[in-house]
Design a protein around this ligand. Structure first.
Ligand code: HPA
Length: 236
């Protein structure tokens, strides 16, 4: 195992086999402070905070991924390939595309379509489908059911753009059954597969792409709590 990489310098603090990754590093700190015990910080390079602690006796780490595929591409690559991490569970938010999905439902990303060129580096002679680990999907669904969460399992779009110039963009992806748009999972799934490791993305729906809906801070917090409990229980 590597001591340190350009972006992760743990200074002897262990990194668990399973890492939860929110986009926001302060979200990682919030998760460590509120859900983990015996917490030690393992990274502060570029303020991309990472922590290791325990949840119900299991060692788990949590670290920010940053926004977009280049950012999660770097951190997940280093975690999988240099720090012996087996599983990364992204815990994020997404914008819903389908009519039957409501704010603060949970989306479990079975697959991640993308408009990103991240996949090009693998020189695949065709169009590869980045997919999550099946066991993690079924475990997440099982824990979501136990919590009574409203879930949707399917294909998300990992987009390189938050603001897209093409006005048909959202309707085209909706037509193809994409549940929601986020910006990281395809790179995570590609890195996991290439390294022979496991990944899953779980999302709360933070906005609906085609509807203008207001929500309360309490609803947001409840949805976040549900997603975190699903992710923590799914973590092996
Ligand atoms: N687009 C991309 N990423 C997102 C969105 C969105 O609408 N909402 C939350 N993450």
């Amino acid at each position: 195992m590597t001591q340190a990489t350009p972006h992760i310098q743990p200074n002897g603090v262990p990194i668990a086999k399973t890492v939860l990754m929110p986009g926001d590093p302060l979200r990682a700190k919030y998760i460590a402070d509120n859900y983990l015990e015996d917490v030690q910080q393992f990274n502060e390079v570029r303020n991309m905070f990472g922590y290791t602690g325990t949840y119900k006796g299991k060692q788990i780490s949590v670290m920010g991924s940053g926004m977009g595929m280049p950012s999660i591409g770097i951190y997940s690559y280093e975690l999988y390939n240099f720090f012996d991490v087996d599983t990364i569970i992204r815990v994020g938010s997404c914008g819903a595309l389908q009519d039957d999905i409501n704010l603060y439902d949970i989306i479990i990303a079975q697959a991640a379509s993308t408009n990103s060129s991240y996949v090009d580096q693998f020189n695949i002679p065709g169009h590869y489908s980045p997919i999550a680990d099946f066991h993690l999907i079924t475990e997440a669904q099982r824990h979501a059911d136990a919590l009574g969460a409203t879930t949707h399992v399917g294909n998300v779009l990992s987009s390189d753009t938050f603001y897209n110039a093409d006005e048909t963009f959202n309707t085209q992806w909706k037509r193809m059954g994409i549940l929601g748009i986020e910006m990281e999972s395809a790179a995570l799934y590609l890195n996991a597969t290439f390294a022979g490791k496991k990944a899953l993305g779980i999302f709360t729906v933070s906005d609906h792409i085609f509807r203008d809906e207001a929500t309360t801070a309490e609803e947001r917090q409840n949805a976040f709590t549900q997603m975190m409990e699903i992710a923590l229980e799914t973590a092996e």
